[in-house]
Design a protein around this ligand. Structure first.
Ligand code: ADP
Ligand code: ZN
Length: 535
């Protein structure tokens, strides 16, 4: 490989300048780098884009030996290593796609002390043969490691949104390589995940560096979903001309339909999902990265490691499964620090669909319970009547005040007393269940409450129910809002394939009138406000 520059221990700043072209460390980078260079362990929680790579790459270049980087994102390894090599760093990766000869070459370079950084996937270190006498662990032990970095460390959390079983065994690295400083890094950590990382990766002595997760230049907006594609178009049109953005949708089909719809409306939109031909995918990705003002409509497969600083908005037309996911995805907006928007349309159908996905997911009761908790936290964020950012940061264990740069701060939502409508709805469900052994989804229940005369109402004789027509004072849209919010709070639960509604545990107190039901009054299309930056 290329000759290595001779850096000495005091040269962290020089490395930063020479290799990366940066003048100064950002945030806590300097302290982290110094701590690792001095041989200490670290746990680093930093939001995406804050600059985690520098935290382990600089120590790897300053300390003697090779920095080992464990990363689950094989697709990204290649790009990262290429970028490092282009900057004169002797970097390589080992993965299962390489030929034995390629691997042998890299192993030789490592043993000869000719590598600054070596990237590996976790299973390379944790599979049984990796730990055997001819395995990678033994090989690494014969050479010299300068630092072990475990990226995406939240993957060790069994209850997190990104669990990878291989991560559980990475704690063994502590005993395989005593004396080599280890650094675990993640961009998504709740206090519970933070604890799990420290325990499972065996970092009891580590220093903890917890950066603020606030992204003050991102304005959060969540509006009720009525006609998502039209709402999306209205939102995009409310943004400065040719703003680059990402639109996240849950399914491949929805990605393609939405991209087509946007294109038909004259918006420069492209689809991206794992089912597309590889060539199409990479062509779309490079257009997004290269050209101004492209809107990428994508599944969550898109975005990991995409480093485009000037993404002006991230829009969700389907509900993310967790606050971690939402935060990570919206976090791809505004990395340049300029104003950006995280916009989402969210509706009753999302709640029903997500609950159904959880119910049908493989996994035991405890696992499903966890997924349910993730969803509940996400719903609480959607339905909050106070500051969205405050709610979001609190989820990550960070206290803050109202931000002045989210929809609820900018236009305080109205609340109204939903007790009576909630009781009408709940007692309709109870009657249908008790008197006729029937259960229905939102649409039919709303028809009963509003006194509609549909075929189904006539066939079922539901006009004779005592609550028939009792809710005609509310529009269909109002009722959907009520049901959505009751579902979000668990007062209602959606069951089975068709999302039929049943009573949740808190419903009894509502029926007795003992539990108030303050509801958020939905307002549509508040997307026109100009984004603001909070200083
Ligand atoms: P993370 O892994 O935390 O998402 P990266 O390590 O990919 O972040 O860095 C995000 C961006 O910030 C990259 O474009 C990187 O080059 C840049 N960056 C990192 N540290 C600095 C610094 N000290 N000065 C300027 N830019 C930096
Ligand atoms: Zn706010």
């Amino acid at each position: 490989g290329a000759p290595r520059r001779d850096f000495t221990r005091s040269d962290a700043r020089e490395v930063l300048h020479e290799v990366y072209g940066y003048d100064v460390f950002r945030g806590e980078q300097q302290e982290i780098v110094d701590h690792i260079i001095a041989g200490g362990d670290a746990v680093v929680l930093m939001p995406t884009g804050a600059g985690k790579s520098v935290c382990y790459q600089v120590p790897a270049l300053v300390r003697e030996g090779t920095g080992l980087v464990v990363s689950p994102l094989i697709a990204l390894m290649h790009d990262q290593v290429d970028a490092l090599i282009a900057n004169g760093v002797r970097a390589a990766y080992l993965n299962s796609m390489q030929t034995p000869a390629e691997r042998a070459g890299i192993e030789r370079a490592y043993l000869a002390g000719e590598l600054d950084l070596l990237y590996v996937a976790p299973e390379r270190l944790t599979l049984r043969q990796a730990q055997g006498p001819n395995g990678l662990v033994a090989l690494l032990a014969r050479g010299r490691l300068s630092v072990i970095a475990i990226d995406e460390a939240h993957c060790v959390s069994q209850w997190g949104h990104d669990f990878r079983p291989d991560y559980l065994a990475l704690g063994d690295l502590a005993s395989h390589f005593p004396g080599v400083p280890r650094i675990a890094l993640t961009a998504t950590a709740t206090p519970a995940t933070h604890r799990e990382i420290t325990e499972r990766l065996r970092l009891p002595e580590a220093r903890h560096f917890v950066a603020s997760f606030d992204r003050p230049n991102i304005q959060y907006r969540i509006e009720p979903k009525v006609d998502p594609r039209r709402q999306l178009v209205a939102f995009i049109r409310s943004q400065p001309e040719r703003s680059a953005g990402i639109v996240y949708a849950l399914s491949r089909k929805s990605v393609e339909q939405t991209a087509d719809f946007l294109s038909a409306q004259g918006i420069d939109a492209l689809p991206y999902h794992a089912g597309l031909d590889g060539a199409v995918r990479s062509a779309n990705q490079s257009r997004f990265l290269r050209d101004d003002g492209v809107v990428m409509v994508a599944t969550i497969a898109f975005g990991m490691g995409i480093d485009k600083p000037d993404v002006r908005f991230v829009a969700h037309i389907d509900l993310p499964k967790s606050v971690e996911g939402y935060y990570q995805e919206t976090g791809r907006a505004g990395r340049d620090g300029d104003p950006a928007i995280g916009w989402m349309a969210y509706g009753l159908g999302d709640v029903v669909q997500q609950r159904r996905l959880i119910e049908q997911s493989p996994g035991d009761r405890v696992y499903k319970q966890r997924l349910g908790q993730h969803l509940d936290a996400m719903l609480a964020l959607c339905e909050t009547v106070s500051c969205r950012r405050q709610n979001l940061l609190e989820y990550f264990g960070e206290a803050s005040g109202p931000c002045g740069n989210c929809d609820t701060c900018l236009e305080a939502p109205d609340t109204w007393d939903g007790l009576i409508p909630a009781q009408k709805l709940l007692s309709t469900i109870v009657r249908l269940q008790r008197e006729r052994g029937q259960a229905f989804g939102a649409g039919h229940l709303i028809d009963i409450l509003r006194g509609s005369s549909t075929d189904r109402i006539r066939q079922q004789g539901h006009a004779s129910l005592s609550t028939y027509g009792l809710g005609a004072d509310l529009s269909e849209q109002d009722w959907r809002s009520v049901i959505r919010q009751l579902l979000a709070r668990g007062i209602l639960v959606a069951q089975g394939e068709y999302g039929t509604l049943a009573l949740g545990e808190p419903a009894a107190a509502v029926l007795r009138g003992e539990s108030p039901v303050p509801l958020r009054r939905d307002v549509l299309g508040r997307t026109g406000a100009a984004p603001r930056v909070r200083k």
